[in-house]
Design a protein around this ligand. Structure first.
Ligand code: TXA
Ligand code: MG
Length: 309
């Protein structure tokens, strides 16, 4: 605990100096900077090699702070009460007098916001007077990090500090829902669609074909940079084989996402294992069929995108 406190103090210093640092959240680790600062937010884009038309998510700890920057509505209140803090991001209208840097929004009139649940980033947010812009802490299009080591693996010495918060519990990015007009899911994620629908009492489009721009829907994404074969029943030569159920035989190329088809566990392990097999220099990956129910829908979205060439 003492260590956590001194690390949070260090993190505050870096952030107040317009530096970007790695921060833990319950979904994935973020590359965080002062969302009100043009300098800090520009650094995020540079470090990630992120195209500047791909806006960032802004992280808050308190609703009263979010209200300074965005217009809220009834759907937002319903979802906020039920799921925040947690693995959901909202696209809302930006207030005219908001201090959020234009780099964050790519000069759009909307902004994506979220309230992370991880205790370390919550404590950090309490110590600063601005929200944190934080995309996933990976080089653009790559595998999202779920531990301090993963962030190091992505950026090496290019970032000065990573706040350690252990392994991210969910392991997949937040679900993004646009509340600008009719609620619309822009990215499947840590909170599954059925649960959202229950609260809003209506079906929500998972509108991957939506007209609302969300560059995270780019085809090539979450990619380990090697070919991935989906719905595999068995392993081909030289493939790493990612499984969700225990097999009788052992094989050095088998990697378990789960041993008993536990989909939450599959979500938690997916990025870790993709990174592991890439670092072991496998040239190909095969993945067993993963059911599309509950969080399985988001997992399938990720592996499909990761498999695109
Ligand atoms: O779980 C998460 O959401 C993690 C953690 C660190 O909070 N963050 C994350 O950020 O996944 P990032 O930047 O990797 O993904 C943000 C996505 C991008 O696909 C971006 O295009 C979309 O959010 N986005 C941001 N602002 C938007 C806006 N105003 N309208 C539509 N999409 C937006
Ligand atoms: Mg990302």
């Amino acid at each position: 605990m003492k260590k956590d406190l001194s690390n949070i103090k260090k993190a505050v210093k870096y952030l107040n100096n317009n530096e970007c640092i790695g921060v833990p959240t319950e979904t994935v680790y973020g590359l965080a900077g002062n969302a009100y600062s043009n300098i800090a937010t520009l650094k995020i884009f540079k470090l990630k090699k992120r195209p500047n038309n791909n806006p960032l998510i802004v992280h808050y700890n308190r609703l009263s702070d979010l209200k300074k920057d965005c217009e809220i509505n009834d759907n937002f209140i319903k979802l906020y009460k039920k799921f925040c803090p947690g693995p959901i991001s909202f696209v809302l209208k930006l207030k005219k007098n908001s201090l959020i840097s234009k780099n964050v929004t790519n000069k759009k009139k909307t902004v994506a916001v979220r309230f992370p649940k991880h205790r370390i980033i919550k404590s950090l947010l309490k110590e600063i007077s601005y929200p944190l812009a934080a995309p996933s802490a990976n080089i653009s299009k790559g595998i999202s990090p779920i531990s301090k080591e993963d962030v190091k693996d992505e950026f090496g010495k290019k970032i000065k500090f990573i706040l350690d918060g252990g392994r991210s519990k969910i392991g997949l990015e937040s679900t993004i829902i646009s509340l600008i007009k009719k609620p619309e899911i822009l990215r499947l994620g840590g909170l599954d669609r059925k649960i959202l629908e229950r609260i809003l009492r209506k079906k929500i489009n998972n509108n991957q074909k939506s007209k609302i721009e969300t560059p995270g829907r780019d085809k090539l994404h979450y990619s380990p940079g090697i070919p991935i074969r989906l719905n595999a029943k068995s392993k081909n030569k030289n493939e790493a084989f990612l499984l969700i159920k225990k097999r009788k035989e052992t094989d050095k190329d088998y990697f378990y996402l789960s041993k008993n088809k536990n989909l939450k566990e599959v979500g938690r392990n997916l990025y870790k294992i993709l990174r592991k097999v890439r670092n072991k220099r496998y040239k190909k990956i095969a993945i067993e069929k993963i059911p599309k129910k509950n969080i399985g829908e988001a997992i399938n979205d990720r592996i499909l995108k990761a498999s695109k060439k």
